[in-house]
Design a protein around this ligand. Structure first.
Ligand code: ADP
Length: 219
């Protein structure tokens, strides 16, 4: 399975990415974790990106994409599967990630979208701030990250929808519930990936499963 995740900050990409990676025995490539590790180790790359991370701005594409290329190459040697967490964050990154994937013969076959509203996301990120002390989990920086997500990242969801590889899941529920639903959906996709050509597939939307009376939720 070759999966990429699109989700606002706080939706649970990291947690669900780890669950998916363990289930399918594939690499979990989390750009935020890789960048924070560089900052902690005070590498040249870490020193270059720290100011972006601290204020919630995006790190330059070139840096992130080079990291992704390296991680994908490693994943290729380790069997070819991966779950990408944190990339793409812009339309330009989406295209570049596709190009790198094409070049390596390993473009994503599923785009997983985790849906949650801003109020819940802010609540979760502030709760995490109290425990993890991440430099970017302050109220101002959270607001900036959410705004960047809405403006730059969210529009990519539609692109994957059109490509027929989108799986949307309601991430407003407890971790285990969301995890179960993701794995069930991905198992179905695995069969499709093996048997149905990409151009014949349709997007899978599970975001309304919890609201049978048609309460519409905010994107
Ligand atoms: P979150 O999704 O909660 O914001 P991440 O750990 O995925 O957390 O990312 C943290 C920070 O790392 C981002 O705010 C950004 O500064 C940087 N970052 C991660 N991935 C990318 C990317 N693909 N492009 C640019 N910056 C990135």
């Amino acid at each position: 399975m070759r999966i990429l995740m699109i989700a606002p900050p706080g939706a649970g990409k990291g947690t669900q990415g780890a669950i998916i990676a363990a289930h399918f025995q594939i690499r979990h490539i989390a750009t935020g974790d890789l960048l924070r590790a560089h900052v902690a180790d005070q590498t040249a790359l870490g020193l270059a990106v720290k100011r972006h991370l601290d204020v919630g701005e995006l790190v330059p594409d070139q840096i992130v994409l080079e990291m992704v290329r390296e991680a994908l190459l490693e994943a290729k040697h380790a069997g070819g599967g991966y779950v990408l967490d944190g990339v793409p964050r812009t339309m330009a990154q989406a295209r570049a990630t596709y190009d790198i994937g094409s070049e390596l013969g390993m473009t994503a076959n599923v785009a997983l979208y985790l849906k949650a509203d801003d109020q819940e996301l802010t609540r979760r990120l502030l709760a995490r701030a109290a425990v993890e002390h991440r430099a970017d989990d302050t109220e101002d920086v959270i607001a900036r990250r959410l705004a960047l997500y809405r403006e730059l990242t969210h529009p990519i969801v539609e692109w994957y929808h059109q490509r027929g590889i989108l799986v949307s899941v309601d991430a407003m529920r407890p971790v285990e519930e969301v995890g179960r639903e993701i794995l069930a959906a991905l198992e179905v996709m695995r069969t499709l990936v093996d048997q149905v050509p990409e151009e014949a597939r349709h997007a899978v939307d599970l975001t309304n499963i919890g609201s049978p009376f048609n309460q519409t939720r905010q994107p």
